[in-house]
Design a protein around this ligand. Sequence first.
Ligand code: PLP
Length: 403
Amino acid sequence: METTTIDEIQALEARHVLQTYKRAPVTFVRGQGVRLYDAEGREYLDLLSGIGVASLGHAHPGLARAIADQAKTLIHTSNLFYHPLQGQLAERLAKLSGLPRAFFCNSGTEAVEACLKFARRYWYTRGEPRAEFIAFENSFHGRTFGALSVTSNEHYRAPFEPLVPGVRFVPVNDPKALLAAVSRSTAAIIAEPIQGEGGVRPLTPAFASAITEAASTTGALIIADEVQSGLGRTGYPFYAPVLGLHPDLISIGKALGGGVAVGAALLSQKVADTISFGDHGSTYGGNLLACRAALCFLDELDGGGLLGRIARVGDHLERGLRSMAAGHPALIKEVRGAGLIWGLELTRDAAPVIQEGLARGVIVNRTAETVVRLLPPLVITEPEIDEALGRLDAAFAAVGAVQ
Ligand code: PLP
């Protein structure tokens, strides 16, 4: 039987899909640019882009063409053989990041996992095995064992302990605590330049320089997790250098494939030189389809002028958010972010705002309980921002009215 109504879809999932996600009761059936349409034909402005993934918006004609063309030609051959696209993609990412080597995988958590393994391997190869990682309170790096081990949220960690040993969590933006924690046993310091899931909290430049100092005095490697903040999201290719941070390893994912699953660990030559055949691998990683999608995204980002636009459009979004916040002082405490990643810190649980927004046709999400997060497609325009913020403002007014 074909399932079409939301009730049928929910009932079927309830019987057969593992219940790890609490979904909103909406079924999207198609998208166009920053707009999504549900099964009843209602239109929504998408200020979340599938949590920072649909970077070129929905049904982007160039991306759709590239994927279809690649699917008709060759999708996958495995990493047992060469194909022409992996090297091209690695070269483009090297130009963008300054890190000359790439390892391809399929998600953000896999990219983090690879970075952690490569950091351990670096010290092992040097004959000075170091097991410790320094991570930060409020961090989120993914859900596999390694990535979860450097994720601070107790709620995610507790049911799966013991996790990878040797991880120390340091308060974020506390240079003194960091300098006291990093030692000659530290393999790497892993940091999100902007903590995304933790509530859109940028690292301060002073803290970034403490990371640099701690790393240079102890030799510890720096891993920048740019899965959420990288690839144009902030108006820059990567946010670590904006803070003055020059990582040895960068993890990326999300925006890279525009919706096709692809992630990568980017490595400095010094780390790459310590990795041998067979140290890591992935059956799917960097297949033709994923690379083609990622190349198409990069064509738009740096060739198509998208990167240059984001800073301008991001300023417009920031101004709109600040003026909206000024209109709801009892609800919105703080506006944080850069470019096209923003968090509104509320005085209360953010869930009702998300629901009221959805009812008014605007998609945002709640993170860290009290934060409304915005990660719109990178192609969003100023008029679309104004329209979406009009709907979000109405959602805040509705929540404020019943407080
Ligand atoms: N790292 C960061 C900074 C993230 O924000 C996320 C996901 O939100 C991840 C890693 C994990 O990425 P994925 O869900 O693609 O595995």
